[in-house]
Structure formats: C-alpha cells, structure tokens
Design a protein around this ligand. Structure first.
Ligand code: ADP
Ligand code: ADP
Length: 227
C-alpha cells in the first residue's frame, strides 16, 4: 500500500532580486507503507524542499501529493518531522518537551505522558525525563527530538539531516541505532542526507537527486545485508 506519492511536483522560489529559482522540477515517486527511504544529493538540490512540501510546511508551485491515498491539505497529523537542530524549549523538562505536539493537538494528557515515557525509553533516555535540555549532549537532545516527533503516533516520519550537527562518531552510532529502531517505530520513514554512505546504510531504497535543476535522477533498491 502507498504511504505517500509525489505527482509532477514543481517548486520555484522567488529570490531576493526577483529571479525565479527552480528548486524541484517534475518530481514523481511513490513510497510504500513501512519503507525506509533515503533521499541523497548535493547541497542545494532540493532535498529539504521535498521534505518540507510533504510535511505541508512549504507549498508546491504545481503538482499533487497524496498521503495514505488522500490528497494532501496542509500540515498533517499523520507526519512527524525531525530537523537537524531539535530546538528544545530550555525551560521545559525532557518529558514536557516530548509532550509539546500532544498539547498542540489537544491529545489526552495522561495517555500522552505514558507514551512519552515509553518513547524516551525506546530512544535510550530512560531516567532523563525530569532533566532539562542543557543537561543533555547534542546526540541526546536529538534523541528527544525523535521521541517528540513520534508522540502523536505519526504514520510517516520525516528526517532532514537529523544527525548532521553531531560529531562523526556520535553520528555513526545514532545511525546504527536508527536502523535498530526502525521496526519499533513502525512508521514509514523518509530521511534526507547529503552523505551517500549514510543513504545506502539506512535506506531500503535510495532516491538520488541530481544537482540542477532539482529532479530525481534514479531510484535504487538496496538489499540489506543486516536483516
Ligand atoms: P538542499 O536541502 O538539497 O540543500 P534546499 O531544498 O534547501 O536544498 O534548496 C533547493 C534550492 O532552493 C537551493 O537553490 C536553495 O537556495 C533554494 N531555496 C531554498 N529555500 C529557499 C527560500 N526560502 N527562498 C529562496 N530560495 C530557496
Ligand atoms: P537545509 O540544511 O535544510 O538544507 P539550509 O541551510 O539550506 O537548510 O537553509 C536554511 C533555511 O533557509 C531553510 O528554511 C531554507 O528554506 C532557507 N533558504 C535556503 N536557501 C535560501 C535562499 N537562497 N534564499 C532564502 N532562503 C533560503
């Protein structure tokens, strides 16, 4: 079954000097439920734009997106997003940071707290619930960002260079853990990266974007030796 698909998606930005910049040109692809797809390409090829359009943060200039078989209309509660910088609220505990999207969606708070404890356990932060963001390392803060993205049970998890701000060692460790977590997360995952080894290591399929204008060059199946 289809988790989401892009149909003839184009995106032009207006630059400050009034020029039209093509960020995405005729993007067509489909991602199936529970797939882990990675999107790779050089800086500026439109990876973030692709992800932001799917998340409903940026509007496409033309084309159509379907999410779970329905036409996309703005930001969807089906989608959780993890950015490079988790931006945690410093005055809130770790637990209360994870709960923010649940509060915004006015979810049952007791249920959500239970879920937040489970998610923090899943990302390896059991015991850190009452700590504050400044007491955590960069890698740990990004784990909080992942738990926060999953609090409302999204069926789709989008990640934009999630470990890009971390040192190389932590980044590799986090990637290994992400692969391990994949099954427990249970969502369709799309992760954007400019690292080819990372894209191949993580993805069941790799969407390769060509530098200019942003378009899909090739979609490659990866036979995972890890399973
Ligand atoms: P990537 O994530 O692959 O680095 P982006 O999606 O961020 O690529 O950007 C694709 C292209 O669109 C680049 O040329 C970038 O400069 C341009 N772009 C992105 N966001 C904006 C914006 N808000 N306004 C104008 N141009 C933008
Ligand atoms: P990313 O790491 O997600 O690719 P960037 O560092 O390329 O992010 O861009 C950071 C922010 O600036 C994004 O919100 C993007 O939309 C915006 N942006 C990128 N390029 C341009 C541009 N040429 N003009 C205006 N805004 C831009």
């Amino acid at each position: 079954a289809s988790a989401f698909c892009f149909q003839d998606i184009n995106k032009n930005y207006q630059s400050r000097d009034g020029l039209n910049v093509s960020a995405l040109s005729n993007i067509n692809f489909e991602v199936f439920k529970k797939e882990f797809v990675t999107v790779v390409g050089p800086s500026g090829c439109g990876k973030s734009t692709l992800l932001k359009i799917l998340a409903g943060i940026v509007n496409a200039s033309s084309g159509r997106i379907e999410i779970n078989g329905m036409p996309q209309k703005g930001p969807s509660s089906e989608i959780g997003v993890v950015f490079q910088n988790p931006v945690l609220l410093p005055w809130r505990t770790i637990l209360n940071n994870v709960l923010i999207p649940a509060e915004i969606q006015k979810r049952d708070i007791k249920e959500s707290r239970k879920k937040a404890y489970e998610l923090l356990d899943m990302v390896g932060l059991k015991g850190f619930e009452t700590k504050y963001p400044k007491e955590l390392s960069g890698g740990m803060q990004q784990r909080v960002g992942i738990a926060r993205a999953l609090i409302n049970d999204p069926s789709i998890l989008l990640m934009d260079e999630p470990f890009g701000a971390l040192d190389a060692m932590t980044r590799e460790l986090m990637n290994m853990e992400l692969l391990r977590l994949k099954k427990r997360i249970g969502a369709t995952i799309m992760l954007v990266t400019h690292s080819i080894p990372e894209a191949i290591f993580l993805g069941d399929r790799v969407i390769i974007m060509s530098p200019r204008p942003g378009c899909v060059e090739e979609i490659m199946d990866i036979d995972l030796p890890y399973e």
